[in-house]
Design a protein around this ligand. Structure first.
Ligand code: BIE
Ligand code: MG
Length: 214
């Protein structure tokens, strides 16, 4: 059967990247998306904002919702302190298989736990399966209609602590209006919008950073 876009992206990483070099993997994916095929990675512009927030938080416990090909997984994992691992959830098994290979090509497999399944099923299992008390940093980049139900799930499961940082992609395009309304009007969060553009385009998009106040 015909290859998928993520599989073609993996080939481009293996061809143009340098094994064990996360920066080269990030550049190879951005080049592929700018010159060959658009793909829904967070991209270089929003990726730089992601980098700055991760660096500022310097988290010990990290969760990513929506691995896709592992681009943001690599961006985050390359910045984590030694011994810190990030958990990333991916629903699509074909994409998960590509992400594992891209993460391994970057040499970051020991810093990443990739779990296949739906966030709604897996979030309530975080404590028992991974010994997580609370998350310091959460990156939301999965199905846009899951952002709101999943943040409520984090609260119900006691996975947030005073100061937990949630960073959400695509709050303008494709958009997550109900999530935005919730975090911007809830007294339990302090939110800030980082304007940018939809990856590899001139379309307006941005990231919303929300700090849980306890
Ligand atoms: O939903 C889409 C989408 C919708 C329609 C066509 C292509 C992609 C999308 C677009 C940009 C993103 O950064 C992103 O994370 C997603 N996503 O699926 O999670
Ligand atoms: Mg996105």
């Amino acid at each position: 059967t015909r290859s998928t876009r993520p599989q073609r992206m993996l080939k481009a990483v293996q061809k143009n990247g340098t094994k064990g070099n996360p920066e080269s993997v990030i550049s190879a994916i951005d080049y592929f998306c700018k010159h060959s095929e658009w793909a829904m990675n967070v991209g270089d512009e929003k990726g730089s904002i992601l980098d700055s927030v991760v660096t500022e938080v310097n988290p010990s416990t990290v969760l990513e919702l929506g691995t896709y090909c592992g681009y943001s997984t690599v961006r985050i994992a390359r910045l984590l302190s030694p011994g810190t691992k990030l958990i990333t959830l991916e629903f699509n098994p074909v994409n998960a298989a590509v992400a594992r290979q891209i993460i391994a090509y970057a040499g970051l497999q020991d810093k990443v736990i990739l779990v296949e399944g739906s966030s709604g099923d897996l979030i309530p299992q975080m404590k028992e399966r991974f010994g997580i008390m609370t998350f310091d940093f959460i990156f939301l980049d999965h199905w846009k209609d899951r952002y709101l139900p999943d943040i409520k799930l984090f609260e119900e499961c006691g996975l947030l602590r005073k100061g937990s940082v949630l960073l959400a992609d695509n709050v303008i395009c494709p958009g997550t209006p109900e999530y935005l309304e919730y975090v911007r009007n809830s007294p339990r969060y302090e939110s800030k919008y980082y304007p940018a553009h939809l990856e590899y385009t001139k379309v307006e998009d941005g990231l919303e950073k929300s700090v849980f106040l306890g």
